[in-house]
Ligand binder design. Structure first.
Ligand code: ATP
Ligand code: MN
Length: 478
């Protein structure tokens, strides 16, 4: 019977001085054969266990090593030592699992994030990663709360799709066909009639198109699920498997869409500030130390908490793509040829351009609207100028693009015309076009990259450190 266990977080919160308590956890450190710092993952604060001198023999004490797991029964007493208000005077200690100190890869010292990525199965046992994953959990919960409170319907869109028209990125194929004896048609191409689904299928890159089908009946929906992109980009903000939140709303125009996205991001930040204060303070501290290693010019002006408060309490800047290009062209960075990629109207802004706008120019999140239609997807609503679409991207300091969205083209003729221009197979998309055929409505939506949001809130600079087991080019360990 393990259920009488009390979590260390609750114990530290309720301070039941004088009472008996049962705790379980993993040893972080053991000092002077007397003080065990025990952690059970409910908080970064360890519980100090006081071991009575002389009560246990040497062989037993030797087994209390870093990461050994223990069950401890004892009395909660006020602590004389500094650093903690209370401690547990052990009356019995049971070793649930030994841990060979010689072989255990995590030592009670600072390890680099790169090293910890190689032992991702154990990195949850560090303060940094347990904080990150508690915050990730909190944000996931807050996402559902935000949309549920607004009456949105949570929609599960398929992971395996036959549609490849979205064009959001390279896709992973899903097949049961054998590699050695692939069935071929007469012209030599693969015969997908023989495949599991009787057609070519892929892992989804976005749930948006299916989201639109539901939104044009339920009016407001959101998805929150994994998406896959076989893009070979080895950056600190791209994963091959990542989670995305995609709300889709009937009767929303671009401005309603922007307002919702801004409110949503601020809500998530506020939620973490209210529910994960201790973890955020820990990560802020860690970031501050990391910053000290950098040259003065590269250090961020604000600490993590300060940054989150600032974003929560200030309006996002809203500019058009054309204005963004003008700002870049007039920038000292452009004039001094600091950008690697050239700037002109029509470019797909590179991360260096996006980061200049948010980090150097505006110093706050920026919503850019009215992108050239040539660089955006077919379903975005065409503006009257004939050149731009009602798209909006939200750019965040330290991250770059965090949200991509648009008002959708609801006018059948315009949509078909654009699909033809972009060689999107209209017949195959009959189900999508039915939404425009039968009672079409103005509607809009966006996608928020969950890991990029977790990066923003935790201040972690590499996206591989905010998902438990990252999938990136040449890496699918664990
Ligand atoms: P980027 O230009 O950064 O590759 P994108 O334009 O391909 O992004 P969208 O297709 O608009 O992105 O996807 C919506 C959101 O999903 C993005 O704003 C971003 O937050 C997130 N996202 C996109 N690709 C990735 C990825 N490979 N890994 C993690 N998050 C991603
Ligand atoms: Mn991309």
């Amino acid at each position: 019977m393990f259920n009488k266990r009390v979590k260390i977080k609750d114990l530290l919160l309720t301070e039941p001085i004088g009472q008996e308590a049962v705790v379980m956890g993993w040893v972080r450190t053991f000092r002077n054969n007397q003080f065990i710092a025990l952690n059970d993952g409910s908080t970064n604060s360890n519980l100090q266990i006081v071991v009575e001198l002389g009560k246990y023999d040497e062989t037993f004490l030797k087994r209390i090593t870093t990461s050994a797991s223990l069950k401890v029964v004892g009395h909660v007493v006020a602590s004389m030592g500094k650093g903690q208000k209370l401690e547990l005077k052990a009356s019995s200690i049971e070793i649930l699992g030994d841990s060979d100190a010689e072989k255990y890869p995590l030592q009670p010292k600072k390890h680099s994030l790169e090293f910890l990525r190689e032992i991702a199965h154990l990195r949850f046992r560090t303060s940094t990663f347990s904080s990150v994953f508690r915050i990730r959990h909190s944000l996931a919960f807050a996402i559902h709360k935000f949309y549920n409170d607004k009456g949105f319907v949570y929609l599960h869109t398929p992971i395996i799709t036959a549609s490849d028209a979205e064009g959001a990125g390279e896709m992973f194929k899903v097949t049961t066909l054998p590699f050695d004896q692939t069935p071929r048609k007469e012209d030599g191409t693969v015969d997908f009639n023989e495949d599991f689904f009787g057609r070519a299928t892929n892992l989804t890159v976005s749930g948006q198109l299916e989201g639109e089908l539901a939104a044009t009946a339920l009016s407001e929906i959101y998805t929150f699920g994994p998406t896959f992109r076989a893009e070979n980009s080895n950056t600190a903000r791209h994963l091959a498997e990542f989670w995305m939140i995609e709300p889709e709303m009937a009767f929303y125009d671009l401005e309603d869409n922007m307002n919702l996205a801004e409110e949503f991001i601020k809500y998530l930040i506020r939620y973490a500030m209210e529910h994960n204060r201790e973890d955020l303070e820990f990560l802020a501290q860690r970031l501050e130390e990391e910053e000290k290693q950098k040259p003065q010019a590269e250090r961020s002006e604000m600490g993590l908490i300060e940054k989150l408060e600032f974003v929560m309490n200030n309006d996002f800047e809203r500019i058009t793509y054309t204005e963004a290009i003008d700002i870049l062209l007039a920038s000292p960075a452009y004039k001094k040829k600091k950008f690697k990629y050239d700037v002109s109207w029509g470019i797909d802004m590179q991360s260096e351009h996006e980061r200049y706008l948010v980090e150097k120019h505006f110093k706050k999140p920026v919503i850019v609207t009215g992108y050239p239609k040539a660089i955006k997807a077919f379903y975005m609503r065409q503006n009257d100028d004939g050149k731009t679409v009602a798209a909006m991207d939200i750019l965040a300091p330290g991250i770059g693009e965090i949200v991509g969205g648009s008002q959708r083209e609801e006018r059948m003729e315009k949509l078909e015309e654009r699909m033809k221009e972009m060689h999107i197979p209209i017949e195959e998309m009959w189900w999508y076009l039915d939404t425009r055929r039968f009672g079409t409505v103005p509607h809009a939506g966006f996608g928020l990259g969950f890991e990029r949001m977790v990066q923003f809130v935790t201040g972690m600079t590499n996206i591989r450190d905010v998902i438990a087991f990252p999938r990136t080019p040449k890496n699918a360990e664990f």
